[in-house]
Design a protein around this ligand. Structure first.
Ligand SMILES: C[S@@+](CC[C@H](N)C(=O)[O-])C[C@H]1O[C@@H](n2cnc3c(N)ncnc32)[C@H](O)[C@@H]1O
Length: 261
């Protein structure tokens, strides 16, 4: 697919996150039929619903906006302390290897943060694949623009109200936010909706494997991120061929399934 075709495809899948209506582009604005408009700034459409974020979504969004410039560095410093010999690149390569991505796939990454995983996703989807990355934090999107895949289409939005048409993507990947979403099951329903029947749906987050040893590392991690203790969201019956993997040296889980045909 050429870049021009990819831009036309990207414009064609954008939807109002509240009603899922199509949107018309007027310059740097996307407009709904009743006149409600959403801005596009620095090339990033801002399609957030609800406009005022409550509960965990609001709290974590402030946290990630502040943390964004330092997030990658903190991961790189903490990783080898928590698991000697580990490094994020190895972990991401392993995660990417669990996803059955193919050259030319249209992939949505939900919550890329600074976009560290994108290099490994691009290796799989190749130059003809299309990568769309949606995050709720503008700060994280700014980092993603700098450090992530330079061909990715970035979107400011909420994982629980995805601003995309049904059946838009061949594959969807999310890691690291779902434990703290207001409604993780609603996010998963959205993940399935925007993927084509038979397409790949994958999400994961912090979560100790049964073999991860008790001790100071575990206590430190739980104190730093209570998400480790969150129950994992249930897997919906709209998915088949589901497998759950242990990733990041027993610090995380990854669910991989296919939308029912
Ligand atoms: C722990 S970071 C994970 C970033 C990256 N995926 C990784 O694993 O390194 C969590 C990310 O989820 C994003 N996030 C939190 N709530 C979100 C929501 N409701 N919708 C979309 N993204 C959200 C945050 O802005 C942040 O970028």
């Amino acid at each position: 697919m050429t870049t021009i075709n990819q831009q036309a495809w990207f414009d064609s899948i954008l939807r109002d996150p509240e009603t899922r209506q199509s949107l018309a582009r007027h310059g740097d604005t996307l407009v709904r039929s009743d006149g409600k408009s959403y801005p596009i700034s620095d090339g990033i459409p801002s399609l957030v619903f609800p406009e005022s974020l409550g509960g965990e979504d609001g709290r974590w969004n402030r946290f990630y906006d502040n943390l964004a410039p330092f997030y990658d560095l903190i991961q790189r410093i903490l990783g080898p302390i928590v698991v000697p010999g580990s490094n994020p690149e190895k972990g991401w390569r392993d995660v990417a290897s669990r996803l059955d991505l193919k050259p030319g796939d249209r992939l949505l990454e939900v919550s890329p943060g600074p976009g560290i995983a994108q290099k490994f996703m691009r290796e799989k989807i190749g130059p003809d694949g299309a990568l769309v990355a949606l995050d709720l934090s503008r700060g994280m999107l700014r980092q993603c623009r700098k450090r992530g895949d330079q061909r990715a289409f970035l979107v400011h939005g909420n994982a629980q109200y995805l601003p995309f048409a049904d059946n838009s993507f061949d594959a969807l990947f999310h890691f690291g936010g779902i434990n703290q979403f207001n409604d993780p099951s609603l996010a998963i329903t959205e993940f399935v909706r925007v993927v084509k029947p038979g397409g790949l749906v994958s999400w994961g987050d912090e979560g100790f494997s049964p073999s991860f040893p008790d001790g100071w590392r575990k206590r430190m991690l739980v104190r730093a991120s209570p998400g480790y203790l969150q129950p994992r969201p249930p897997i919906p019956p709209t998915l088949s061929e589901v497998k759950t993997h242990e990733v990041f040296w027993g610090l995380g889980y990854l669910v991989v399934g296919r939308r029912n045909k």
